[in-house]
Every structure is written in C-alpha cells, then in structure tokens.
Ligand binder design. Structure first.
Ligand code: UDX
Length: 422
C-alpha cells in the first residue's frame, strides 16, 4: 500500500515485530518483501506502532490478523474480534470523506455481517475484501492480483461510497486491468473459502490418482500433463506428492466444514473430510515406503530430508508435510537429518529436536542411506545426482514432490521412487 503511494501505519500488539518492521526487517522470509519494506520505511510513507490510536483519522483500515484453527476445527476469531474492538474507539475521525474498514482475514461466512453494525455505528463502513496471495509470491500477488473482491453492505449508498474509496486505494493495481468484483458480504467471504477448498480438492484429487497409478504401474505426471491440456481442467495444482500444508489450505478446509456443520450443511461439505484424509495419507504412505525400503536396517539407517518448509521460497513450517515425515521417521530410524536453506536456522534454535538440522544439502546427504525430497527448493531439484550418489552411503531417493528427473537419478545409480510414477 505504501509502495503504490499511500501513507500507511501498521499496528501490531507484538512490540518485537513492530521494532523489527520499523527497522525495515520482515519478521519472516518472503522474496522481495524486504526491499519494499525498507524503501517505504525510509521514505517515511510506512511506519509501525503498537498504539492503536495511531489509526485515528485514517480513511481506510485493513484488518489482516490471523484466524487460526481452534481445537474443534473451526476458525478462531479472537484476533479479528480484538482488532475490531481496538479500532472502534478511534473510528469516525476521518475528515477526508467516507471511512472504510476493510477485512482481509479469512473468516467463516457470516462474520462480516456480524461485525458490520458496530462499525456502522461509528459512521465507518465495513467491506469484506479477501486476500488471495500465495506465500513465496506475496509481493507479486499483491501488486498484480488475479482479481479484487469487494463484499459490500446492502445499503446501495453506503456500498457505492465504500466501492469508490477502495477503487481509489487500489487504482494503481487496477490500472493494469485487474478485474474488480462487487458482491454481498457472504459471497465475498465464501469466494475465499471456496477457492481454497477447490485448490485443496484439486491436490487431493491428483494424489488419489497417484495412488491408483502406483497400483496399476501407470505414471501420474503423464496423466496430469494430459488431463491438464483440457482447458476446463488446466495444468496448475495437479502436482502429486506429499500433499498440501501451510497456514491456509489445511485450516481453511476444516474451518469451512465446521461452519457448514453449524449451518446444518455438514453433509454438503463431507467430501472435504475426504480431501483432508487423502492429504494425511500421502504423508503416511511416504513414511511407509521409507520403512519398507530400508527394511530391517531402518533402526540403524540415516535418512536425509531435503526441505522443511511447506513449500519453497518460504520459511513457513506450519503444517509442513516434510517436517511431519521427518519427525515420524526420527522416532524409527537410526538418525534423521533435515536440511532447508531458510528454515534450518529457525529450527536450529531449538535444542530439543528429534533430528539434526543443517542448511547445507551436501552435509545432509553425507553418509545417508535414503534421501527424501520434502520441499522442491530450487537447490534440491537442481542437485547433481552423481554428486549426491558419491556423498551417500546408499543411493536411494524418494521424490516426495515429483520434482526430480527419474531418468537422471536412475542413471546415477539411484533407486528412485516418486509418487505415482511407476
Ligand atoms: C494458498 C492459496 O494458494 C492462496 O490463494 C491463499 O491466499 C493462501 O493459501 P499458500 O498457502 O501460500 O497459498 O500455498 P499454495 O501455493 O497454495 O500451496 C499449498 C500447498 O499445496 C503447498 O504445501 C504445496 O506444496 C502444495 N501443492 C500445491 C501440491 O502439493 N501440489 C500442487 O500441485 C500445488
């Protein structure tokens, strides 16, 4: 927002985060973000504070707090509610036109309508404006989104005013032709939830096909290539492997099911439990394959896990399939070593880990009896299999992301096992 010309203040309750951001350091790894952060902090357009009164007088207030999973699977709305609570006393002080609160957090359908009245009582208007960015592509997805979605209030005048304000805010983004879709609150909330449910379903669908391919000795990568050529299906999100993780897809499909249950529509979304089950299954089946491959030698074997994050170009390890596999195998194998270019230093702070940690792939591969690709970081997909074979005690690899070239690895002497790849 600062980079496209606005004056921005970011509020957080965590003083450490605010200090780090004020110094131009993002508290997590995201390609390109630090450059933007520094440029705008030093120009004075962007500042951070723990004092919520700093929002007073601003025209647009974005809510971007997390909605983590609570123990029953539902989304925990504590942070959203607290953010609104802290905002309320400071709303109604904007002197330059209509004042807008724009919710970006992923919330159960019905939340915006619940919050809207208290916000309206201050004279401000609530818009639900879901966020679709992917980790690793956060900057690009924010500056060049596929679409902007505005969930607007029912009152046509309020809706038009809110739309005009947000259009002005997003004008530099929309000038490149980004479509902007206006709808009611509930639909806007559902767009986000439905998009993530669809993406998760697509991944579990191809993973189910991978299992069928394994059984009949077919190849899921050829299958995905061929079905993806049907434009109605498309190529993306059809990469079979150890499945989806991260802070969004797993929790969002569970929160969606929990909300559907409350609405008496549990049966309607029952298939999402199946999507989740297939996803868990992929992790378990790689663990089983590793155990089978190493057989009686498992308790003395050394296993290298390439990648700890839930996807490349991120340091996020929330619900990471790679890490779950590492943790489970560490209980059964002689030793497990995890390598990751971004996450290793974060993991290494914990001296209570069941596995070893290193940033260097070559150190992880040294004397290993099996390597498992858990995250398709560029440095791992570009590994020279001949060199890897020389480093390892036994040349065996499980390609948990179907991201290696089976021919090249086999030619280097590897026992290669992909997911649904003959
Ligand atoms: C996701 C949505 O894509 C994004 O629109 C939303 O705003 C937040 O949630 P993100 O969590 O960053 O984004 O990751 P994404 O790129 O969607 O990948 C999710 C998981 O699916 C990763 O663990 C990835 O490895 C896995 N995945 C993805 C597959 O296993 N196969 C695929 O074909 C694609």
């Amino acid at each position: 927002m600062a980079d496209i010309g606005h004056e921005v203040v970011g509020i957080d309750i965590d003083q450490e985060k605010v200090d780090s951001l004020s110094a131009g350091n993002a508290p997590f790894f995201e390609p390109g973000l630090s450059t933007l952060l520094r440029r705008n902090v030093s120009s004075g357009r962007l500042s951070f504070s723990t004092d919520s009164s700093a929002i007073r007088g601003a025209q647009v207030h974005f809510i971007g707090v997390g909605t983590p999973q609570s123990s029953n699977g539902a989304a925990d709305l504590t942070y959203v509610d607290k953010a609104v609570e802290q905002m309320l006393p400071h709303l109604g002080a904007c002197e330059s036109g209509a004042e807008i609160v724009a919710g970006k957090s992923t919330v159960p359908v019905g939340t915006a309508s619940r919050l809207s009245q208290r916000i309206a009582a201050t004279g401000a208007t609530l818009v639900w404006n879901p966020e679709f960015l992917r980790e690793g592509f956060a900057v690009k997805d924010t500056l060049e989104p596929d679409r902007l979605v505005y969930g607007l209030p029912d009152d046509p005048r309020d809706a038009q005013e809110a739309q005009d304000v947000l259009d002005a805010v997003y004008a530099p983004v929309m000038s490149s032709g980004t479509p902007r879709l206006c709808m009611d609150y509930a639909t806007a909330e559902l767009v986000k939830t439905a998009a993530n449910a669809f993406l998760a379903t697509k991944i579990s669908f191809i993973n189910a096909m991978a299992r069928i391919c394994d059984t009949v000795k077919a190849d899921v990568t050829d299958l995905a290539d061929a079905i993806g050529m049907d434009e109605r299906i498309g190529h993306r999100f059809l990469r079979a492997g150890i499945g989806f993780g991260g802070g969004c897809l797993p929790k969002d499909i569970r929160a969606f099911q929990a909300r559907a249950d409350q609405l008496g529509e549990g049966e309607t979304l029952a298939f999402l439990a199946e999507v989740d089950r297939i996803n868990d299954w992929m992790r378990a089946s790689v663990i089983d394959t590793a155990a089978e491959l190493l057989g009686d030698d498992l308790p003395t074997s050394r296993i290298a896990i390439l990648g700890a994050t839930f996807k490349p170009d991120s340091d996020d390890m929330r619900n990471s399939p790679a890490l779950e596999i590492a943790t489970d195998l560490a209980r059964r194998a002689g030793s497990v070593v995890v390598t990751d270019p971004q996450a290793a230093p974060i993991l290494a702070v914990n001296d209570d880990l069941p596995y070893e940690v290193t940033t260097e792939a070559q150190d992880a591969l040294a004397d290993a009896d099996l390597a498992i690709l858990g995250t398709e970081w560029h440095e791992y997909t570009q590994l020279d299999p001949h060199r890897a074979a020389r480093l390892m005690r036994h040349a065996r690899v499980i390609d948990g992301r179907n991201a290696l070239d089976p021919q090249a690895w086999k030619a280097a002497g590897f026992t290669y096992i992909g997911i649904g790849r003959r």
